[in-house]
Design a protein around this ligand. Structure first.
Ligand SMILES: *Cc1c(COP(=O)(O)O)cnc(C)c1O
Length: 386
C-alpha cells in the first residue's frame, strides 16, 4: 500500500469492477447545445408523449401542502387502490421508487454470489446489472431470428438449477410478448424452487386477446413469483419514480421491506399515482394514440426500406417502441440522428449493436425521426457486405 492508499477501485466489491453502466442516454439540453439545435425529439426512453392524466397534475398541486411531511412508508392508500385494480390483496403488493427500485431490492434480498440468473438477450439493462451487482451469474437466452421468445432455448436453459428467471413481456427492447401457452410452458419448465420475475412495464400497451393474464397463469402453480408494473410508461409519470409489484406471497413483499430505505416512495408520487390510476379514460387515449402511431411508423419504415434498400429489419412490437435493425453500427446511426435533433437508443448489447430502439411518439415526432433517418442511413456504410 502506498501513502495514498489502495485507491478507490480497491475499496469496491469485486462485483463492481466489470459491471456495465446503464445506458441512460444523452439529455436533451446537452444535445441542443452540442449541435446548436432549437428542436430536439426525445425517442430514447419510452416516455409517454401525451404526459400524465390532468387529474394526476391536479393531485400533485394539492399535495404540495404536505411537502414538509414524510410520506407514508407503507403506501397504504395506494396499495388498497391497487388491490381494487388488480384483485390481489394489498399485502401481496409492493411499491417501489420506480419498478427498477423493486428489481434492485429483490436482487439485494434474494441473490448471493454464484447464484444463476436467466434473462433474455437482448435484455433490459437492469435485469442483468442488478443480479451481477450481487455476484450472480447471469445467463442469457437469445430471441429467435423472428424476434420472438425462443421457447426451446428457454426449456433447455431451465433444465439446470436457476435461482431467478427475469424477463419482460412485452420485451424491452424487442417488443415481443409471450402468449398464454408460451408463458405457461416457460413457467412449467422452470425448476420448482426458481423465483419467476415477470416485468410488465408495458402491460397497458399490450392489452389484447394474445396478451395473457400473467397473474392468473402464475397463481395456478407453486413457484414463487413477482409481476412488476410501473406508472412511468403508459401513465406518463416517469419523472416522479413509482412502480409496483404483485407477489405470490406477502412474505416476498416483507423481504423487499427489509432491504429498501423506509421512505423510498415520495408522497408526490403516491398522490399522483392514485389520481392517474383513477383516470382510465386518459390511459385509453394514450394507448390508442400509441397503437395508431406505432402502426404508421412501422408502415413508414417499410416504405423507407422499399425505396432505399438500406437493409432495415423491424421487430413486431406490443410496446410503445420499435426495435429496428439498421444493418450498420447503431451507435453511428444514433450519432447521425442526434446531429439532426433526434435522440434514439442505440442498443449496445453483444450481437445486437446494429439495432436501434425508437420510442413511438406523436405524429410530429415520427415525422422528425423519419426525415432524419434516411440521410443518417445513407451516410453510414452497412456492417455486412450483404
Ligand atoms: C422502463 C422500464 C422499467 C423501469 O421503470 P421505472 O418504473 O421507471 O423504474 C422496468 N422494466 C422495463 C422492462 C422497462 O422498460
Amino acid at each position: 500500500m502506498t501513502a495514498q492508499g489502495p485507491g478507490i477501485s480497491g475499496l469496491s466489491r469485486p462485483e463492481l469492477w466489470s459491471l456495465p453502466a446503464y445506458n441512460a442516454g444523452v439529455p436533451e439540453d446537452v444535445v441542443k447545445r452540442r449541435y446548436q439545435l432549437s428542436r430536439v425529439t426525445r425517442l430514447a426512453s419510452n416516455e409517454n408523449p401525451l404526459g400524465p392524466s390532468p387529474q394526476a397534475l391536479a393531485a400533485l398541486r394539492n399535495w404540495t401542502e404536505q411537502l414538509h411531511r414524510y410520506p407514508d412508508p407503507a403506501c397504504l392508500a395506494l396499495r388498497k387502490l391497487l388491490q381494487e385494480h388488480t384483485g390481489v390483496d394489498a399485502g401481496r403488493i409492493a411499491i417501489g421508487n420506480g419498478s427498477e427500485d423493486i428489481i434492485q431490492s429483490l436482487c439485494l434480498a434474494v441473490l448471493s454470489p454464484g447464484d444463476r440468473v436467466l434473462t433474455p438477450a437482448p435484455s433490459f439493462g437492469l435485469h442483468e446489472i442488478f443480479p451481477r451487482m450481487m455476484g450472480a451469474q447471469v445467463e442469457k437466452v437469445r430471441v429467435s431470428t423472428a424476434f420472438t421468445y425462443d421457447l426451446s432455448a428457454w426449456t433447455t436453459a431451465l433444465r439446470t438449477p436457476v435461482k431467478m428467471v427475469m424477463f419482460s413481456t412485452p420485451s424491452n427492447p424487442v417488443g415481443c410478448i409471450l402468449n398464454r401457452e408460451e408463458l405457461t410452458a416457460l413457467v412449467a419448465a422452470a425448476p420448482e424452487d426458481s423465483l419467476l420475475v415477470v416485468d410488465e412495464a408495458y402491460f397497458e400497451y399490450a392489452q389484447g386477446p394474445d396478451y395473457p393474464d400473467s397473474i392468473a397463469v402464475l397463481a395456478a402453480q407453486a413457484r414463487p413469483w413477482m409481476v412488476l408494473r410501473t406508472l412511468s410508461k403508459a401513465y406518463g409519470l416517469a419523472g416522479l419514480r413509482i412502480g409496483y409489484a404483485i407477489a405470490s406471497d406477502p412474505d416476498l413483499v416483507g423481504l423487499l421491506d427489509r432491504v429498501r430505505t423506509p421512505f423510498n416512495i415520495n408522497g408526490a408520487a403516491q398522490a399522483a399515482a392514485m389520481a392517474a390510476l383513477l383516470d382510465p379514460g386518459h390511459l385509453q387515449t394514450v394507448v390508442s394514440v400509441c397503437r395508431k402511431q406505432r402502426a404508421s411508423l412501422a408502415h413508414a419504415l417499410g416504405d423507407l426500406e422499399a425505396r432505399g434498400h438500406f437493409g432495415l429489419r423491424l421487430a413486431p412490437s406490443h410496446g410503445n417502441f420499435l426495435f429496428l435493425d439498421t444493418a450498420r453500427s447503431s451507435s453511428a446511426v444514433a450519432e447521425a440522428l442526434m446531429q439532426r435533433g433526434v435522440i434514439a437508443k442505440p442498443w449496445r448489447e453483444l450481437g445486437f449493436d446494429t439495432f436501434l430502439r425508437v420510442t413511438v411518439g406523436t405524429a410530429d415526432d415520427s415525422g422528425h425521426f423519419l426525415s432524419a433517418l434516411a440521410p443518417s442511413l445513407a451516410a453510414i456504410a452497412t456492417t455486412d457486405a450483404g
